[in-house]
Design a protein around this ligand. Structure first.
Ligand code: ADP
Length: 860
């Protein structure tokens, strides 16, 4: 309890509307002897007003409000008691029925006479420092009226953002400037970095990573791929399994841009989408598909503390479910369960009772499960498990971001977050995480919303340990610390000016240690508070079962796994750390050495001769180490350089395919780009990705062309062997070699010596001479042709030309009757020569060109 009270606080405590904790003093006296009623250890005090809200009070009320103690329904000794304080000076009429706990919505304050548990941590003395101050909340940045309403009913004061609020409830993730400037008593309803699980692409990336690390444990979401990055993998999967896929935009919500398909070729190659296997057999209630909205509260990330609300919503589709077919896959009212979509359907039912309507309570869903002999406890255990695993997947980022943003929050947690998990249940009662909402809707359109969301907000705010901090004390402490820091800076500057070798001590060392110890104490207080203010929440993390605690421990080690640790970034970070430590050591040693020299100079007698300076062994050792490290680094660099050279050679090896693909040019272009001074860090990631994609594409093309070349070679070989091509002849190896060398020499000569305009006739001449020569060669005996498989083309006879033309004509008519255009384009599309857009734009043109080409050759 605070010893000293400001006059303003004392004034506030006389006011029965004020939230305060030393209720014993402020309670109205009973009878004439001026005795106050005793307050039990834990008691909730309510103000019940019979007066209309918004009416101005006529004068200052002199009389104290009356009170009445209510027995809870069970009447058990351990149960909470409620004390009702009426503000209108009238005793509650005897005939009026006693209010039930749910009716007492206007909670004014919870009274805790003693802390429920006493914790003892070394060096800390923990007793909740509850002050009689009214808590304030900033609800400027939320569009949900219900939040403002409930907070007002709870006695919170509404303040604008620039004031020193205790809690801020906002719909969007706040800017990090706001987070950094938060005072130590302030709390906000977002954790920095929660986007890791609240955006569909990041969620699937994290869950896929965890699935790779722990394949047996992370089957908590449908198989998911990120398009276009994973397009190849999903194509392979689709070829092997006949499945339906659901495609969703990365960060849209409320069912926008979602579609279902069985044919992934309809997906644009560059569209950024999440591709997920569609759960074709969901659990149906009355023939309708539904999903669950499970509200989850995270009160701390380090340690991770997660609570799940026992009440929530089941949101139903508005048309009876039929497994997806081509005809019905576009029907959003059948396949999607989003409230925003389904409320537009005329068949949307606003529920009259708990077991009817398109939106029902989780308690009604649980009843349905019990009625149909399902194991409810087991089902909710698997839901809890999925929620915990999802949050753990983002835990390293959450923890890091929190510690970075709130290094000074030592009294209470700076953030809390109410998340909305969308969970789909299949026919085997297996839950699948579909999405996590960082700002679940708190609008109250129907009575069922009101019944769920109103107590949800109230219980969430009750769970926060905001009341445990002394706001004024913190403000005072911060001010004095600030002043001390300013003064110490001045002193330090003075000291630095007077003493030449003076270096300022590290400010963080003492402070951070003290704060660390304090924050452990605050944490124990927070835990005690949360355990005693659960309301309708249940704690799922840390689990109550010790086996489960051990089970989840392994997931916290995710960033120690090789997949996470062996990234380029982590290696670089390690290197940098190592370098920094070495630099510090060197500096310290130098400093020591200088001090020693200074001492030895001071201790020297005037007559002493100057000795050659002895090198400190510590410095010698450090030098040796540095040299070793440099040698090692040099070796490493040489290795890398060799590897790069090898890869370059591989890439630059002249193959016909590469030339045709223009890889030469692109390599040269890349080189230029790599060493260009314009290159900045911000584009590296995107650029790297693009390069990677281009390289993959080129490799694919190259492979394809090489395959084609191989096929051609095989074909020629076969024909040469079987002597099918008439008019050609097979030449022996030595002749072939000499010809090739001659030909290449002559062509080289031609290239270098002959001017451009003279080249054509020479070529024509040479080809004519070759033709006559080949005609002479035709007379060679068949025995000679058997010697080798080197084959040379001869003249094509008229008969052959006619035969060929007639074959082409026949083939063309044959193809004209088939779907030639589709054939060509599908083939080109399969080979990656065309995008979807090309096909849309150019089919007619391309077809025209092709047919024209054919006609020309045909007539020619
Ligand atoms: P949004 O953010 O747009 O609500 P969701 O991921 O929640 O996107 O999906 C919207 C709806 O689509 C869900 O409520 C659910 O009914 C349906 N849905 C989403 N993913 C699947 C899936 N893999 N299988 C079956 N239905 C799904």
């Amino acid at each position: 309890m605070p010893s000293k009270k400001s006059p303003r606080v004392a004034k506030q405590q006389l006011n029965p509307y004020t939230r305060f904790f030393n209720a014993q003093k402020a309670l109205p006296t009973v009878g004439n002897n001026g005795q106050r009623p005793d307050i039990y250890n834990r008691e909730s005090v309510y103000v019940v007003s019979n007066k209309q809200r918004g009416k101005r009070r006529t004068g200052r009320e002199t009389n104290q409000p009356t009170w009445q103690r209510l027995r809870s329904a069970g009447g058990g000794a351990n149960e909470d008691r409620f004390m009702v304080v009426t503000q209108d000076n009238t005793q509650q009429p005897r005939d009026k029925p006693v209010l039930t706990a749910s009716q007492l919505d206007a909670i004014c304050y919870d009274v805790i006479k003693e802390p429920p548990m006493q914790f003892h941590v070394d060096g800390t003395d923990i007793a909740p420092s509850i002050r009689g101050l009214r808590l304030s909340v900033c609800v400027e940045h939320t569009r949900f009226q219900l939040v403002a309403k409930v907070t007002r009913n709870m006695g919170f004061q509404h303040v604008p953002e620039h004031r020193l609020w205790n809690i801020q409830w906002s719909d969007s993730t706040p800017h990090h400037d706001l987070l950094r400037n938060m005072k130590r008593f302030q709390q906000i309803n977002h954790f920095p970095g929660m986007v890791e699980i609240c955006r569909k692409d990041l969620l699937s990336r994290n869950l896929n990573r965890m699935l790779k690390l722990y394949p047996g444990d992370y089957r908590i979401f449908p198989k998911t791929w990120l398009m276009p990055t994973d397009a190849y993998d999903v194509a392979i999967y689709a070829a092997k399994h006949k499945r339906t896929f659901i495609l969703k935009p990365y960060s849209a919500g409320q069912g926008r841009g979602i579609w279902i398909t069985t044919d992934l070729r309809t997906v644009g190659k560059r569209e950024k989408l999440i591709c997920q296997t569609y759960i074709e057999r969901p659990l149906l209630i009355d023939g309708y598909k539904f999903d669950l909205r499970v509200y989850t509260l995270v009160t701390s990330v380090d340690p991770l503390r997660i609570f799940v609300y026992n009440e929530g919503l089941a949101r139903f589709a508005t048309q009876k479910y039929v497994p997806p077919t081509i005809n019905n896959s576009h029907n959003v009212f059948m396949h999607l369960t989003n409230y925003c979509l389904n409320r537009r359907n005329s068949q949307y039912m606003v529920g009259n009772g708990p077991e009817a309507g398109s939106k029902r309570k989780l308690s009604a869903f649980n009843k349905w499960l019990v009625d149909h002999n399902y194991d409810v406890a087991e089902f909710w255990a698997s839901v809890d498990d999925a929620i915990i695993k999802t949050l753990i997947s983002a835990w390293p980022t959450l923890k890091h971001n929190y510690n970075m943003c709130f290094p000074k929050h030592d009294k209470i947690q700076a953030s809390f977050q109410l998340l909305g998990f969308d969970i789909l249940v299949d026919w085997k009662l297996k839950p699948y995480i579909l999405e996590v909402n960082h700002t679940p809707s708190l609008s109250a359109d129907e009575s069922v919303d009101m019944e769920v969301k109103r107590p949800l907000i109230r219980d969430t705010l009750n769970m926060l340990s905001t009341a445990l901090v002394d706001k004024e004390q913190i403000i005072r402490d911060d001010r004095s610390e600030h002043r001390a820091r300013l003064l110490s800076n001045i002193y330090k500057k003075k000291a630095a000016a007077q003493i030449p070798g003076y270096s300022s001590p590290n400010r963080e060392v003492g402070g951070s240690d003290a704060r660390q110890a304090c924050s452990i104490g605050a944490l124990t207080q927070q835990i005690a508070w949360e355990e005693s203010h659960l309301g309708n929440y249940r704690r799922i993390m840390p689990p109550r079962d010790s086996d489960k605690v051990n089970y989840y421990c392994k997931f916290y080690e995710q960033n120690k796994q090789p997949m996470f640790a062996d990234t380029l970034a982590s290696r670089r970070r390690g290197e940098l750390n190592h370098q920094t430590i070495q630099r510090h050591q060197r500096e310290r040693q130098q400093h020591l050495f200088q001090q020693q020299q200074l001492l030895s100079q001071q201790n020297r007698w005037p007559g002493d001769t100057l000795q050659s300076p002895r090198i400190n062994p510590v410095i010698l050792q450090s030098r040796r180490r540095r040299e070793e490290a440099e040698a090692h680094a040099k070796k490493h660099r040489a290795l890398i350089a060799r590897e790069i050279q090898r890869q370059k050679e591989q890439l630059l090896a002249p193959t016909c395919a590469k030339e045709r693909l223009g890889i030469w040019q692109s390599v040269r272009r890349e080189k230029r780009h790599r060493y260009s001074p314009k290159r900045s860090n911000s584009i590296t990631k995107a650029h790297r990705r693009k390069q990677h994609r281009n390289l993959n594409q080129r490799i694919r093309h190259q492979r394809m062309l090489e395959l084609e070349a191989q096929r051609d070679a095989k074909f020629l070989e076969q024909h040469a062997k079987h002597q099918r091509l008439q008019g050609g002849r097979v030449i022996d190896q030595s002749e072939a070699k000499s010809r090739i060398s001659l030909k290449s020499k002559s062509s080289l000569k031609n290239k270098h010596k002959t001017p451009k305009h003279k080249r054509k006739p020479i070529l024509r001449k040479s080809s004519r001479s070759l033709m006559t020569k080949s005609r002479q060669d035709l007379n060679l005996t068949g025995a000679q042709t058997q010697q080798s498989i080197h084959w040379k083309a001869g003249n094509i006879s008229d008969l052959e030309t006619n035969q060929h033309l007639s074959w082409r004509k026949e083939r063309a008519t044959q193809l004209n009757n088939t779907r030639l255009r589709e054939l060509i384009f599908s083939k080109m599309y399969e080979n990656g020569h065309l995008t979807k857009n090309d096909i849309k734009c150019f089919p007619d043109l391309l077809y025209h060109i092709l047919s024209k080409d054919f006609n020309e050759t045909h007539t020619g």
